[in-house]
Design a protein around this ligand. Structure first.
Ligand code: PYC
Length: 340
């Protein structure tokens, strides 16, 4: 596959790089065909020259690439595969918003509600009158609640394992509702990065897994703090699998949190939740219960309640360019590893 075009944007601070074919067309291959081509022994492996497009020296290290594929059915606008510098993501909320903004910038005439196919399900995207973009995510749910993780440096944290299009270990420090703890505000990015990494290590050492989706790999940690903005309910710090933190409030992380809030009766269907990010940007969010399911009944199995999150945020185009592959460049296949 020859990638030539890219358009970079950020969604509430978090970068997305959309990859397109010639003349801004989607690649002629459908998402199921790309997944089949890139799956080795049951595992999706993003080719190194593709990973390199989301990494230094070509991109900021928090970048998520979104490869736009031909739709595989008549009702969807396109397929999209997301990855960061270390590998594939399931869904990516900020990059979905970035993709919708990018396709409009590139001249696509998307329907009022456009369907994007992702490897974990379909999402529906809508441009809103105030210029922001909203999407309804894949069904999200809590796999396990109040799971204890022992930290290597000592101490134990308790969190929920929840699916929002990726698997999250959610640790609450916001002091709201059912947490039963006094809250705190976010410390420095470096402090929270070290803390989130220690939790990720604890999750890995305990061999914790989520449910069936994405083989149950819990590759994100979401720390939830008291908000610093008066118009937000909570602030988060989300550790991504590439070791960076999400500058946006994280669409899939907010989705996983909505599922958790729903099972704790802290947020009713359709009620608005405003999620502040590590850098102070904001997503507006709410959920509906999956058709036929009532709101959560205390005492019932949390994993039985599936919610459909809706997330809204803004994206801005920052670059529009062409990828150059110099055959003499040792980094063209991401071959340079930077020592920490
Ligand atoms: O917005 O879902 C998200 C996301 C996942 C990883 C980075 N951003």
């Amino acid at each position: 596959m020859q990638i030539r075009r890219f358009i970079d944007s950020h969604t509430e601070g978090e970068p997305t790089r959309v990859l397109l074919g010639d003349n801004n067309a989607p690649f002629s291959t459908t998402l199921p065909d790309i997944l089949a081509r890139w799956t080795q022994r049951g595992r999706l492996v993003i080719p190194p020259e593709m990973l390199a497009l989301a990494a230094n020296p070509r991109a900021a290290d928090a970048t998520v690439c979104a490869l736009v594929c031909a739709p595989s059915n008549i009702h969807s606008a396109c397929g999209v595969l997301f990855w960061n510098a270390t590998g594939p993501l399931g869904m990516c909320g900020h990059a979905t918003i970035g993709l919708a903004r990018t396709l409009a910038w590139a001249g696509y005439d998307l329907p009022h509600v456009a369907t994007f196919e992702t490897r974990v399900g379909e999402v529906r995207v809508q441009s809103l009158p105030d210029g922001s973009i909203g999407f309804t995510n894949v069904a999200s749910y809590v796999h396990a609640r109040d799971v204890e993780v022992v930290l290597e440096q000592g101490g134990v944290v308790r969190g929920d394992i929840a699916w929002g299009g990726n698997w999250f270990f959610i640790v609450r420090h916001d002091g709201r509702g059912a947490t039963g703890k006094s809250g705190r505000s976010m410390r420095s990015h470096a402090d929270e990065l070290a803390y989130a990494n220690s939790i990720a290590q604890g999750v890995a050492s305990a061999k914790l897994r989520g449910g069936l989706e994405n083989d149950g790999v819990i590759d994100h940690v979401a720390l939830i703090f008291q908000a610093s903005r008066g118009d937000a309910h909570a602030r988060n710090f989300v550790l991504c699998p590439n070791g960076t933190f999400d500058r946006s409030p994280c669409g899939t992380g907010t989705s996983a949190l909505l599922a958790s809030l729903a099972t704790r009766c802290e947020l009713a269907p359709s009620e608005e939740w405003r999620q502040e990010s590590a850098i102070g940007s904001l997503f507006r969010a709410s959920y509906a219960t999956v058709e036929g399911q009532p709101r959560f009944i205390p005492g019932s199995n949390p994993a039985a309640l599936h919610v459909i999150p809706r997330i809204e945020g803004r994206a801005f185009i920052v670059a529009d360019g062409r990828i150059v592959v110099d055959q003499g460049d040792p980094s063209r296949r991401g071959g340079w590893i930077e020592e920490a």
